[in-house]
Write a protein that binds this ligand. Structure first.
Ligand code: ADQ
Length: 467
């Protein structure tokens, strides 16, 4: 089996505690005794920066981590990646701030990473690059002489060409990416947007639905919707730590209150203010629900050095305060908003207790919370998932979830009422549709689907958790 070299901005050094990328790549790297290259998470001042890498082993995975200088952290990470690329790829050109110096820094960091990696590559290795921080890196590796199989997976959406083209350096980014052999997206619609872009902007030729040729290279372009370790989540939801977390919230619910739950990183792409407004609308429309619902929103702050994220925090504080002021009572607070994170074990218990999950991003690559909620349900008495049509997960989960437009506040309020009143047979039917996708197309399925294309002549690994 060929060695896999994973490259991502952040790694799972210290063990894969968070969901998504960390778990997915970790298992693939353990299987193939791989190498994981990325940022250490450390920011050091210019005089002290280690320009090389720190090497260590964890459970047979070799890590090669490098620090960022303050200037790199500001220009490459907070700047270009998160103030230019993140908003545009989430359809928010209005929030993007394009700065030439930040772009130059982003390019420089990608080149520096490529050099550090190239010196550690063997010609038979498989390279798998992750996410928007590293668009130019595949070409930077080629420029150094790398000829081996190279794949890229984009975790966030790829918008229509008209939006992507607003990035001043869009061509350089996509040319860098097109040095790959396989490029993966979360959804068919992201993939189609990218293919359309490559045909119109890079003169690519389309050879069937899943292949293009550009710059004399054939590239497999496919949707690989990322999954979760659904069995593990189901198990966590039934375990003691999850039950204990649920029992901490139960006194607040009493006999008659239904828990409506939201769990998100605090990010403007997640549509949390719209959700708060929809809860206000529901209470406006349905006086009978006063005292009968408890909406809890868990949202740990992220990227707090970026201005838009600070503003979002202020907006949520104001909205929650106003709705609670308007509708709350001596013995009832309609919105509980907790700006902190909880261990996965506890989240799993809260998902299981919730009657309704509100997963209503304005745009989202996939959204793993939707899948975690589904996996955690009691099949005999499941809760209902309300899911944005703009979450990547909607492509797979449209038959089980109530699909909403997150900009339509009234429609979201109606969906909450429908979910709260939904009879058991309908809830079970919907749960079964969700479970088929979430357990069937889980994280192992995703990883093996990508690896099969990256290493077409390799032995397929056994997919252990696939049903
Ligand atoms: P994120 O934008 O971070 O990921 P998401 O897919 O929802 O979004 O994953 C978040 C993860 O963090 C989940 O595993 C969730 O349980 C956890 N999490 C969220 N809030 C938490 C809290 N309060 N406490 C503890 N844990 C919390 C990016 C893309 C997504 C894509 C993933 C994976 O933006 O669209 O689905 O990568 O590809």
């Amino acid at each position: 089996m060929k060695r896999l070299v994973g490259i991502s901005n952040r790694t799972a050094a210290g063990g894969p505690k968070a969901g998504g990328l960390a778990v997915a790549l970790w298992d693939a790297l353990v299987q193939r005794k791989g190498l994981w290259f990325g940022w250490s998470g450390e920011v050091v001042d210019k005089d002290r920066v280690r320009r090389g890498v720190e090497l260590f082993d964890e459970e047979g995975v070799e890590f090669a981590l490098t620090d960022l200088t303050e200037a790199e952290h500001e220009g490459y990470y907070l700047g270009y990646a998160n103030r230019s690329l993140w908003p545009v790829l989430h359809y928010r050109v209005d929030l993007a701030n394009f700065d030439e110096d930040e772009y130059a820094c982003y390019r420089e960091v990608n080149r520096r990473f490529a050099k550090l990696i190239y010196s550690r590559l063997d010609e038979d290795d498989l390279v798998w690059v992750h996410d928007y921080h590293l668009f130019p890196l595949p070409q930077d590796l080629r420029d150094l002489g790398w000829r081996g199989r190279t794949g890229f997976f984009l975790h966030i959406p790829f918008p229509p060409p008209e939006i992507f083209k607003s990035i001043p350096d869009h061509r350089a980014l996509t040319q860098g990416l097109c040095a790959c052999d396989v490029i993966g997206f979360q959804t068919v619609s992201d993939r189609d947007n990218f293919v359309k872009y490559c045909v119109s902007e890079l003169g690519a030729k389309q050879n069937g639905a899943e292949e293009i040729s550009v710059n004399n290279r054939s590239i497999t372009i496919k949707a690989y919707p990322i999954g979760i370790d659904a069995e593990e989540f189901k198990r966590l939801a039934e375990e003691e730590e999850g039950r204990q977390a649920a029992s901490r919230i139960e006194p607040f619910l009493g006999e008659r209150r239904a828990l409506i739950l939201g769990v998100d990183r605090m990010d403007y792409s997640k549509g949390i203010p719209n959700r708060f407004q929809a809860v206000g609308k529901l209470l406006d429309n349905e006086p009978g629900l006063h005292g009968r619902i408890a909406y809890t929103q868990i949202a740990p702050p992220s990227r707090t050095k970026v201005e838009e994220y600070k503003e979002l925090r202020g907006e949520l504080d104001t909205l929650a305060g106003r709705i609670n002021g308007d509708y709350g009572d001596l013995d009832w607070i309609p919105i509980r908003y907790l700006a902190r994170s909880y261990p996965r074990e506890q989240l799993a218990g809260l998902y299981r207790l919730a009657r309704v999950a509100l997963v209503t991003p304005l745009h989202d690559g996939m959204n793993l919370v939707a899948k975690e909620f589904a996996a955690a349900q009691d099949p005999e008495d499941p809760g209902v998932l309300i899911l944005s049509q703009f979450a990547g997960a909607a492509e797979q989960l449209k038959h089980g979830a109530l699909i909403v437009n997150p900009h339509d506040i009234s429609a979201m309020a109606d969906a909450m009422r429908e979910a709260l009143n939904m009879a058991l047979p309908e809830r079970k039917k919907r749960y079964e549709a969700l479970a088929r996708m979430v357990f069937g197309q889980d994280i192992a399925w995703w990883r093996e689907a990508f690896m099969a294309d990256l290493d077409p002549n390799g032995e397929p690994a056994e997919v252990v958790s696939l049903h």
